[in-house]
Design a protein around this ligand. Sequence first.
Ligand code: GLC
Ligand code: MG
Length: 726
Amino acid sequence: MSSFSNPGHYILLFSLHGLIRHRDVELGHDADTGGQVKYVLEMMQSLSLRPEVARVDLFTRQIKDKRYSSDYSQAVEPINDKSRIVRLPCGGGRYIRKERLWVHLDEYIDRVLRFLKHEPYTADWVHGHYADGGYVAMNLAEYLGIPFVYTGHSLGRPKLEKLIEEGLNDEVIEKKYDIRRRIEIEEDVLEKTDRVFTSTQQEVDEQYGSYQNHPLANYTVNPPGLDLHRFYPYHAQDQINVLGEEARAALLQELRRYFYEPEKPLILALCRPDKRKNISALIHAFGQSSTLQSKANLAVFMGIRRSMDEMEEDERAVLQDALMLMDHYGLYGRMALPKKPGFQFDVPELYRIAARLRGVFVNPALTEPFGLTLLEAGACGLPIVATNQGGPVDIVRNCKNGILVDVSNLGEISEAILKILNDPDAWHQFSESGIENVRAVYSWDSSIQRYLDRLVAEPQSSRKMVSAGRKENPVARKLMQVERMVILDIDNTLTGNSQATARLMDVLKAHREKVAFGVATGRTIDSALQHLKENEVPLPDILITSVGSEIYYSGGEFRDTGWTTHINNKWDRERLRGLLAEVSFLQPQSAETERQFKISYFLEPDVQHLKTIRDILSGAKVRYNLIYSHQRYLDLLPQRASKGKALRYLSFKWNLPLNRFLVAGDSGNDEEMLRGEPYGIVVGNYSREMEVLRGKWRVYFAKNTHADGVLEGIQHYRFLEILNEK
Ligand code: GLC
Ligand code: MG
């Protein structure tokens, strides 16, 4: 990431789950590939069309899975000259449902950091979608010190309530949905985000309202836009093309099969076969009103439903219910329940047909979170009658394109429909207001305008990041730019001879811009910080502490949680401790050396004793990493943790090859990080166990001791001179 100033805003969107590609989006393929996928793709595209936006990238998960198109494995898919879909792997290549992604999100964060290193611009803000994208964006915001905005799309708490209501037990809910973890992340997001964008006010009040941290967040209601090229007015004849003509003709023919008098006004409903969509209320209302039946026909499109025998059980129940009501009221010839037709089905054309017939669109849902179909109908010029619960309230207030009703009152539903059907002036008024206002308020252009106004015009100081919850990584930007890293053991390597320490620090200070300085120690973070202070060593950029089981940046404040998550794998501290409790030759170290991921003992040198310990632990099949230092200290860590492994993790995360690292140490817990590609130095005062490194590739045994040994090694490798030549 360079320090050049951007020619415009650079925005990172994160939407991790589902199948995302630019062309032939597989909407509805599964529960994870639906409205959100459509939303983020359209948002990206619309943002990229703005002159003040230099670049917008949509980050998602890379899927390498034979069962799916190879499109989803493409690392970077350019959309236009300002936008791309960026796919990074996490948790392997297999396509997995979103509830299985939580454990892999930290890996994703690290991969984004790696990726950004080579980007020419610095991102201005990150926008997380759904709890998974939110988690990633939130963490990146901390690394990059930039604002973080959030859109939930749907939330865990209301979902949990719904699942409980449906009678699922706790265990099943947790197993299938891992919902408590999701809610925890959402609470965290609300605490740390600069702004939440929602589609409706109801979301803010009722959905986010159920969160403890609800009051901590700032909210902006900003409905997304509609594809107005598809949903154009019914009277805009010039916009129709051949395909549209065909779709219209086919649809009309289909409807004619159902109705005695197909030219009558059409009452149209279009929704998924879902109980909460409350379609039965509309059929009851129609069935009970002979006036309505004489005036109009009713067509209910359940999604674009499949054959009944192919439907899921709960969906089929909804359809069965509708068919029974149709039969009960004897609505044959007046009501249609079409299924997926054999021709290319065109939703906008359906609204336009209903509008040309001077019909009405009805949404009788018990509650409607947003109400996209009402906007689609509105844009086509079809007046609406809709539930007064949820999103439709906003829509009718903004668009004045119809009437809200209490859907528990059947009379109110039929009355509202009749009112529109019987009054041509009212019909035209609603129709024209819908066309005009949907265009003004619910176009992507106006949505993006409001979005940018909110984020750009807002003075920096009113942003939350300055004051609240979120910490900022003080050195991340530096780490994305440096060309070298020097990582030194502390005791008896960096310190031990104060004049030598000062000499070494002078050299490193002179290269501060291009060379990051880190320490790797067996000490705890507090003890390391104190010891460095006493030895007048300036605060390092990176601190690998407690024998590699913890990583910090520039002090004790900012801990690398990606590392924590990574090493937590298969670590069972209590079990390990229990297994070793009875071993007589092991003496526990003092309580303050013990950490979440580190158990330490004193042990006199004895090959047999070390073997005994290994036998006990392997016999019990526990996972661990054992490190013996100074012929005296024994550390047990998670199998993925050690100073050396921490070093490799840093190399990965900050995208700097290991051969750009210089590493120095004196004792056993340094051994592993000195092996292999990094330039290794063993200082002259080394401890016996380091002899195993003698003669190894890229390990230099210095004659000088302590920090002077490090200086000698730096000269030997000409490690810093290479920089000067550039
Ligand atoms: C430091 C730690 C100690 C550890 C030793 C070796 O002295 O305080 O707990 O065992 O390093 O890694
Ligand atoms: Mg040491």
